[in-house]
Design a protein around this ligand. Structure first.
Ligand code: XMP
Length: 318
C-alpha cells in the first residue's frame, strides 16, 4: 500500500541502485520541491550528493542565509552557493520587458549552474524536483502558465552536459511532496512555503530592476508575509507577495511632501496556480500591513491591494 514512509524507503533504495557510488548534482532553489529532493537524496547517498544554489540577487529577504543554515549547517549537505547577484543585475540593467527578463534570468541561470557544475567535477546524474503536474504540463503543453509565460527550468541545460535525470518526485502532487518533506524532518516553514517563481523578484520589481528596488521590495514583502503569519492566514493562501510598481505617488510625512513608490500586495487562493481567486483578507489585517509597510519601508508611500482573479489576470504581475 502507498504510504509516505513506504514511498521514502522505496525511493531511497531505487536511487541507491540507480546511482551506485557515483555523484549526483542537484539544483537547490530553497523551494519545497528541490528541498525535498535534496534531503531525500542525502538520506540515500550522503556526500555523493552535491547541491548548487544560485544566489541571483532576486531572492526574498534572508533566503540565501536560510538555505545555507538549513542545508549546510543542519543537514550537513554538500552545498555550493554561487554568488551571482552582480552578474544578474548587470545582465538585467535596462531590461523592462517581462519575457525578456525571464529569458535573461533563465539563460544566465543555466550558464552559472553549468559553470559551478564544471568547477565541482564530473557528474553523471542531475536531480530535479519535477512533480507529476510538471510531467503532464510538459507533455501536453496545455498549462495556461506554460503557454502564456515562459518558465525557466533546469531542463534546458546545454547539449554537451549529458546527465541522467534523477526525479524522485515525478509521480507526486504538491501535497504529497509536502508530506514527504515533513516525514524527512524538514521544518514546517519550509515545507509549507508558498511557491516562488524562478525569475523571483525579477518579475515583481516592475520596470527596471536595480539592487535598491529589490531591497525595497524585499522589506515590504517580508512585512506582508509576517503579518499573514501573525493573523494565521498564511496557510490558507496559495501565494502572497508584494509587487513594486514603477509608479511614484505623492504623500505626506511630517510637514513634508513625499514622492515615492507605490507597492501592490497580492494574495490568492488556488489549488494548482492555474486558476486563482483574490484572497479576502480582513480589512484590519490589510490596514495593519499597509501601515507597517509605509512606516517601515523607506521608498514606499502607498499600498494598494490587488483584487483581480485568474483568469483573466495572472497571479504574477509580469
Ligand atoms: P501566473 O502568473 O502565470 O503564475 O498566473 C502561475 C504560477 O506560476 C508561477 N510563475 C512562474 N514560475 N517561472 C516559474 O518558475 C516563471 O517564469 C513563472 N511565472 C509565473 C507563479 O508564481 C504562479 O505560482
Amino acid at each position: 500500500i502507498w504510504t509516505t514512509e513506504n514511498f521514502i524507503q522505496a525511493e531511497i533504495e531505487r536511487v541507491r541502485e540507480k546511482v551506485g557510488g557515483r555523484k549526483v548534482l542537484c539544483g537547490l532553489s530553497g523551494g519545497v520541491d528541490s528541498s525535498v529532493v535534496a534531503v531525500l537524496l542525502h538520506e540515500a547517498i550522503g556526500d555523493n550528493l552535491v547541491c548548487v544554489f544560485v544566489d541571483n540577487g532576486l531572492l526574498r529577504l534572508n533566503e540565501r542565509e536560510y538555505v545555507e543554515k538549513t542545508f549546510r549547517e543542519h543537514y550537513k549537505i554538500n552545498l555550493v552557493v554561487a554568488d551571482a547577484e552582480e552578474r544578474f543585475l548587470t545582465a538585467l540593467a535596462g531590461v523592462t520587458d517581462p519575457e525578456k527578463k525571464r529569458k535573461t534570468i533563465g539563460n544566465l541561470f543555466i550558464r552559472i549552474f553549468e559553470e559551478e557544475a564544471r568547477k565541482i567535477g564530473d557528474f553523471d546524474f542531475l536531480a530535479q524536483g519535477t512533480l507529476y503536474p510538471d510531467v503532464i504540463e510538459s507533455v501536453s503543453f496545455k498549462g495556461p502558465s506554460a503557454t502564456i509565460k515562459s518558465h525557466h527550468n533546469v531542463g534546458g541545460l546545454p547539449e554537451d552536459m549529458k546527465f541522467q535525470l534523477v526525479e524522485p518526485l515525478r509521480e507526486l502532487f504538491k501535497d504529497e511532496v509536502r508530506d514527504v518533506g515533513r516525514k524527512l524532518g524538514l521544518p514546517e516553514v519550509m515545507v509549507g512555503r508558498h511557491p516562488f517563481p524562478g525569475p523571483g523578484l525579477g518579475v515583481r520589481v516592475l520596470g527596471e530592476i536595480t539592487k535598491k528596488r529589490c531591497d525595497v521590495l524585499r522589506q515590504a514583502d517580508a512585512i506582508f508575509i509576517e503579518e499573514l503569519h501573525n493573523a494565521n492566514l498564511y496557510n490558507t493562501i496559495w501565494q502572497a507577495f508584494a509587487v513594486l510598481l514603477p509608479v511614484n505617488t505623492v504623500g505626506v510625512m511630517g510637514d513634508g511632501r513625499t514622492y515615492e513608490n507605490a507597492c501592490a500586495i497580492r494574495a490568492v487562493y488556488s489549488s494548482d496556480g492555474m486558476t486563482a481567486d483574490w484572497a479576502h483578507i480582513p480589512y484590519d489585517v490589510l490596514g495593519k500591513i499597509s501601515n507597517r509597510i509605509i512606516n517601515e519601508v523607506r521608498g514606499i508611500n502607498r499600498v494598494v491591494y490587488d483584487i483581480s482573479s485568474k483568469p483573466p489576470a495572472t497571479i504574477e504581475w509580469e
